[in-house]
Ligand binder design. Structure first.
Ligand code: ZN
Length: 1033
């Protein structure tokens, strides 16, 4: 093993190293060097709410850590999740503590790791939300302290995604750290000293964005929990946090035996033995010894006062023990490993999903836990996405607009915080207690309603050319059923960077309407009786919107008169098409295969869909352009979970343990067909009881095909078969799936997405245990199966579990309701007794690879559907040409090529200078004083949607002139390229290079990658580029 160049560490960090480590280096080459990293794993949610956690322990962590670090110069601490730190910083600290924090950061003794608001889940989160939460935390840290985190500490997410190394590399990180991976694989890696490697998360970005990755050994992020000489827990001198109030006497349960002259030898031997055991699993003689666990260091003096003498003792006996120990931050550990200059294996874009912790503990259940929370987390993120760009447009177009910018930014920040928070690895995962779920949902709902107010205000002003406010407010409402008004205004905003043609759906209380655009022209629309209701109607309206464009539509009931447009025209008498409902006889499920005798054939420009009238089930799909047909059947089944730990492995919030094959749920199936000129809808109702009343079904599928009228671009709209499923409430201990059985030959291989960023090939694997559950993967947005280039694609609006358990088959876990008698689950109320009815939305696409090549664009169109605002009109409604703001024409409207996605267009408001040196000077000068948010800096991110070689045309690099692209928004004055979260100027960012056995030149097309002076940039496959744009005032 190579010696360690300590001197480098001293130079870089300029701090005092532990004297015992520095002295006597010669002859100590074989001495193991343990980096004792004090940390506290603080879940932003899970069992206790954020408020409860702050009160019981989290605030005390930072208060006591600062106090203890100030006392002794060799003590250190890493701060990981930012949400608790920010709450402490904003609400708890004194000015003196603030000064102390600045000083500790300067000395490198307090170090921010990851720097996101939370430690995000890796399996079920979507890329843009991951970036949001990281950006939110980084923005705060950089603005407040000038600090730029460069290391990750993903110690608790349940499995590791291949997207994460790419995201962290793009954020400027030098090393990544993971822990929870499959126990088999970890065991193998540990034995072969392969826990550390260089990860190329994205196949297209490969070496350009590779990152050194450290996998924690079997002890993971906690110190060993037991001591051989005591029945108390190991090295946790402050004991266990107590809820709701910290104990008044300061005595916590399970405080470890103090380190005294009687116990110190036993403690030292235990520590040394553990360090030596771990050293054997790594290539270098550096051991990362995480000192902490969940909710630790709330009484930091107890911790350090015991550890200080223990470490002294070990260092005094280093010749005997062969070990030295020192407090360290994570960067010091990685710096030492990096300095060892070893050669590392490369891992390509394989991920570590799913994760099993033991033979019957496959953590693939949480992919589908709490479907409603998962849906709301995604919905809130897309709502935020829309509001960010709308606010940006508003600031650019109406710099003197009447909306208070600070008020507006505050609304947006509220939602940024809520969406960031729920990305936590016990948040969107659905693995929290019910009260914490309520907390997340409450924060999301409050954030969304704050932003709705803002969007309404912007649209109201913008639709009127930024001058006079409309007489009528523009309320947002999801429910117009009880309105007596005879007309309704609908405003639709398209937040995407492409022009779209789509159909929006609103529920209204009347059956005959006319729909007009802003000029009084009739708009294609259809109205029909809502499923299962006699008093409401679904109104479908075809909308055509430019990128970042909005339209207002007026809905008038049959009896109201048309309002003339500016040109005096009015399309009187053109009412919405009335969809006719045809009801089919309910069919008994005798055999679970299609008869195929009597087929109901439905069609649009893209597909033929057939339903079997003998079973009321879907029978086939034909792609009309490639003339390919698959047989396909869809049915709902349930896995019956075991809830009694005495009878075997259970299923819970986290794990899925199939207790036998899934069982069909339906005894009979009802069907309705709604024929229309714009939408054809099939409604299938699944009954578990033959004599059930018509409305008494537990499962339903609403399938919609769209017919695009002539003169409209229907390429994406016609190509999607929309399916909305209705599931629930479930019986107890049931895990509900939708199974699609096709005649494609797939050998049980399925492609599923990593966080909506990249596709992963999942080949069916056989295991000694638990094979079914271990072949489940997260579906975040996209999945498909294929045979010879013919694909069946699924796009989803929220995360689910997905698997292919048989040839040509896909099953998706949609909903779970579980209860078990495991003491731990009961104690923390983590049993998932979810009685809700869920309604996830999917788009299916089918055809050859070339006819379905728009799958990513369609995926984004599902993710970021137009925002629809509607409310009553009364009195005079101004008719305005609303699609474009102010004299804009289609020729100069913003639009990206179809392989580039507008990932972010926002005004973050960060109060920092883009020049790092100047920013640091400003911090020193104005410390503690608030400056004004920067409303001039626009954050722009563009993502290339395709992999290298995936499509002959769409995979090509795209050259973009940012000045021309952004011209419709304003005249660009300057552009800076930044790191993913904005805190680095890309030209000054030098990430560490790690030697690999297959080293190539990493200067990947650097010349074409950089933004040139003419604002031209070439965006390569899978690149994600971040810019600060400044417009001329
Ligand atoms: Zn955790």
């Amino acid at each position: 093993m190579k010696g360690v160049r300590w001197i480098v560490t001293v130079t870089v960090f300029g701090t005092l190293l532990y004297p015992g480590v520095l002295s006597g280096r010669s002859g100590d080459d074989n001495v193991i060097q343990a980096f004792v990293i004090p940390h506290s794993h603080m879940d932003v949610g899970w069992v206790y709410t954020v408020e409860e956690s702050m009160h019981a322990y989290a605030a005390n962590v930072y208060t006591t850590i600062v106090e203890e670090l100030v006392k002794k110069k060799h003590r250190k601490f890493i701060a990981v999740e930012q949400e608790f730190f920010r709450l402490w910083w904003d609400k708890v600290v004194t000015d003196e503590q603030k000064q102390q924090v600045h000083q500790l950061l300067k000395e490198g003794r307090l170090e921010f790791i990851i720097g996101g608001q939370v430690m995000h889940d890796e399996a079920v989160t979507e890329l843009s939300s991951q970036i949001l939460q990281l950006t939110e935390g980084h923005g705060f840290l950089y603005e407040t302290f000038g600090k730029r985190p460069q290391f990750s500490w993903h110690v608790d997410p349940f499995g590791a995604s291949a997207t994460t190394p790419t995201v962290f590399a793009l954020a400027g990180f030098n090393a990544h750290l993971i822990s929870r991976i499959d126990y088999d694989e970890k065991d193998m890696m540990q034995k072969n000293k392969k826990l550390q490697f260089v990860w190329q998360g994205s196949p297209s970005l490969a070496e350009q964005q590779q990152i050194f990755t450290h996998t924690m050994d079997q002890y993971s992020y906690c110190v060993p929990a037991s001591l051989p000489f005591s029945n108390r827990s190991g090295f946790f001198w402050n004991g266990i946090a107590v809820f709701p109030d910290p104990p008044k006497d300061g005595i916590y349960p399970n405080m470890s035996l103090p380190v005294t002259s009687q116990t110190i030898r036993a403690y030292a031997e235990t520590m040394v033995a553990n360090i030596k055991q771990r050293a054997a699993w790594f290539k270098s003689n550096h051991v990362l010894w995480p000192w902490g666990c969940d909710k630790q260091f709330f009484n930091a003096s107890m911790q350090f006062e015991n550890m200080d003498p223990l470490m002294d003792y070990v260092n005094q006996h280093r010749r005997e023990f062969g070990v030295t120990v020192q407090y360290a931050t994570l960067s010091e550990y990685f710096q030492a490993v990096h300095n060892a200059n070893l050669t590392w294996d490369t891992r390509k874009s394989r991920d570590f999903l799913p994760y099993s912790s033991e033979p019957f503990q496959a953590w693939s259940g949480f992919y589908a836990s709490r479907n409603i929370l998962k849906g709301m987390a995604r919905g809130a993120n897309s709502f935020l996405y829309a509001c960010e760009s709308l606010f940006t447009l508003y600031l650019l177009r109406y710099p003197l607009g009447s909306i208070d910018k600070l008020w507006a930014l505050e609304k947006i920040q509220h939602l940024r915080w809520a969406v960031s928070e729920v990305q936590h690895h016990d948040g969107v995962t659905g693995t929290e207690s019910p009260k914490v779920r309520d907390m997340y949902m409450d924060h999301l709902l409050r954030g969304m309603s704050a932003v709705k107010l803002l969007m309404a205000a912007i649209l109201q002003e913008a639709l009127n050319g930024g001058k006079n406010k409309l007489d009528d407010p523009l309320p947002y409402s999801q429910d117009t059923r009880n309105r007596e008004d005879d007309s309704l205004q609908i405003t639709v905003y398209n937040p995407l960077g492409w022009n779209i043609t789509t159909v929006i759906n609103v529920t209204v209380a009347y059956s005959m309407v006319n729909v007009y655009d802003g000029l009084g022209n009739a708009v294609p629309s259809q109205i029909q009786k809502s499923a299962g209701s006699n008093s409401t109607f679904d109104l479908f309206v075809l909308v055509r919107l430019d990128a970042l464009g909005y339209h207002r539509y007026i809905v008038k009931t049959k009896n109201s008169t048309c309002t003339k447009g500016r040109d005096g025209q009015c399309s009187e008498g053109q009412t919405s098409y009335r969809g006719r409902v045809i009801t089919f006889n309910r069919k008994l499920v005798r055999k679970l295969r299609n008869q195929g005798g009597r087929l109901l054939r439905l069609m649009n420009e893209c597909y033929f869909l057939t339903f079997d009238e003998d079973t009321n089930l879907l029978h086939s799909i034909t792609d009309r352009s490639s003339q390919k047909t698959i047989k396909i059947q869809q049915e709902f089944l349930e896995y019956h979970a075991n809830g009694d730990i005495r009878k075997g492995p259970i299923s819970d919030n986290y794990v899925f343990t199939a207790n036998g094959p899934a069982v069909s749920v339906s005894k009979s199936i009802g069907m309705e067909l709604v024929k229309g000129n714009l939408v054809t809808e099939i409604r299938q109702y699944f009954y578990s009881n033959n004599s059930a009343m018509a409305n008494n079904y537990e499962y339903a599928i609403f399938t919609r095909m769209y017919n695009v009228p002539k003169g409209y671009d229907g390429s994406l709209l016609c190509r999607r078969v929309e399916q909305e499923y209705m599931v629930g409430p479930l019986d107890l201990n049931r895990e509900a799936i939708l199974r699609m059985t096709t005649d494609l030959k797939t050998d049980r291989t399925i492609f599923t997405d990593g966080n909506g960023y990249q596709m992963m090939k999942r080949q069916y694997k056989n295991y000694s245990y638990n094979t079914l559950a271990r072949n489940y993967y997260p579906l975040v947005r996209t999945a498909y199966i294929e045979e010879n280039g013919t694909r069946l694609i699924i796009l989803s609006d929220r995360a689910h579990g997905i698997s292919s358990q048989a040839d040509g088959q896909i099953e998706m876990m949609l909903h779970r309701r579980l209860w078990n008698n495991k003491e731990w689950n009961l104690a923390y109320n983590l049993t998932l007794n979810d009685t809700s009815v869920v309604r996830p939305l999917f788009w299916l696409m089918f055809g050859s690879k070339s006819t379905t090549s728009s799958l990513y664009q369609s995926g984004m169109a599902l993710e970021f559907r137009p925002v629809v605002a509607f409310g009553p009109t009364s009195g005079n409604v101004a008719l305005v040409q609303s699609n474009k703001m102010h004299g804009e024409t289609a020729a100069n409207s913003f639009s990206l090529p179809s392989n580039l996605h507008l990932l972010t267009l926002s005004v973050p408001g960060w109060q920092y200078n883009s020049n790092h040196t100047k920013h640091l000077e400003d911090i020193t000068r104005v410390q503690g004083k608030q400056s004004q948010p920067n409303f001039r800096r626009v954050l722009l991110r563009i993502l290339h949607l395709y992999e290298v070689g995936e499509d002959p045309v769409l995979s090509q690099p795209v050259r973009v002139n940012l000045k021309d692209l952004l011209k419709p928004l304003g005249t660009v004055a300057s552009v800076e390229e930044r790191s993913l979260t904005g805190i680095w100027n890309i030209n000054t960012l030098q990430r560490w290079k790690w030697r690999t056995s297959q080293q190539h030149d990493m200067e990947f097309n650097k010349a074409t990658r950089r933004l040139n002076e003419e604002f031209r940039v070439t965006i390569h496959p899978k690149e994600l580029r971040t810019f600060f744009v400044y417009f001329k005032q």
